[in-house]
Design a protein around this ligand. Structure first.
Ligand SMILES: NC(=O)c1ccc[n+]([C@@H]2O[C@H](COP(=O)([O-])OP(=O)(O)OC[C@H]3O[C@@H](n4cnc5c(N)ncnc54)[C@H](OP(=O)(O)O)[C@@H]3O)[C@@H](O)[C@H]2O)c1
Length: 219
């Protein structure tokens, strides 16, 4: 399987690339910074330089030729302000989905966030509100497309080692945290189970094995 990952130098993306490479799949990570190419290569993936805030859908569609799946794992990140929540968390996801459609790559896994799909909690700061609005808009865009999409909304991400035990279910799932390594493992399992398409799933640490959790949602 060839998987193109948007935000290829992100923390989840690097773990995902490693997991795909270890089992013999091909991963390509889209990065905007030439300095990140070597580290993506060390994770076992091909690095492709592409700034998702500057590229056109046609540019990205050309990079998706021959891919079996797209994973959107980009994000403007914790240090960013309101404008980049829109230009990355929303617009770059829309761009990837548009490009996937143009390239005929049907399978699309989007990393969203718990909290998306509802208004931000009262008293939230404007950057958090913009982030949640961007994630919600990206989800809504994807649901409207003729793609085999799955939306994953992780809870708070940690860098703890993989536990291999998760709670993955349609909302609402009580808030919690999850290691990024477990999120990456869930994405791999979702790619293996296209029967999980057209579902929005919340994800925190739990007591089901990753494969069992994903299989139980396949239809
Ligand atoms: N933090 C949490 O608790 C939490 C909870 C739920 C969901 N999430 C979501 O989970 C996703 C992945 O998380 P993570 O921790 O792996 O994120 P991360 O380490 O911040 O990775 C995001 C990646 O997106 C890349 N990116 C930003 N702008 C780009 C652009 N214009 N073109 C190409 N790539 C670009 C960044 O590259 P640069 O290094 O060049 O900026 C970075 O490598 C994000 O969407 C995040 O919002 C986070």
């Amino acid at each position: 399987m060839r998987v193109v990952i948007a935000g290829g130098h992100g923390k989840i993306a690097l773990l995902l690339e490693r997991q795909l490479a270890e089992r013999g799949d091909q991963a390509a990570g889209l990065v905007r910074n030439q300095a990140h190419v070597a580290e993506v290569g060390q994770a076992g993936a091909e690095a492709v330089v592409c700034d998702l805030e500057a590229a056109s859908a046609g540019d990205v569609a050309a990079l998706l030729a021959g891919a079996d799946a797209v994973v959107f794992a980009a994000g403007a990140g914790p240090g960013s302000g309101v404008p980049r929540k829109d230009s990355v968390d929303r617009a770059a996801s829309v761009l990837m989905a548009e490009a996937a459609g143009q390239a005929g790559v049907r399978r699309f896994v989007q990393v969203s966030s718990m909290g998306a799909g509802q208004p931000p909690r009262p008293g939230s700061d404007e950057v958090w509100a913009a982030y949640i609005a961007a994630k919600t808009a990206a989800e809504d865009d994807l649901r409207g497309r003729d793609l085999d999409w799955t939306i994953v909304r992780p809870g708070g991400l940690t860098d703890a080692p993989a536990a291999g035990l998760v709670r993955l279910a349609p909302p609402p799932v009580p808030r919690g945290t999850i290691p990024r390594a477990d999120v990456a493992a869930v994405i791999v399992a979702l790619l293996d189970q296209p029967g999980t398409r057209h579902q929005t799933l919340e994800l925190v640490s739990g007591d089901s094995s990753v494969v069992a959790a994903v299989r139980s949602l396949s239809r």
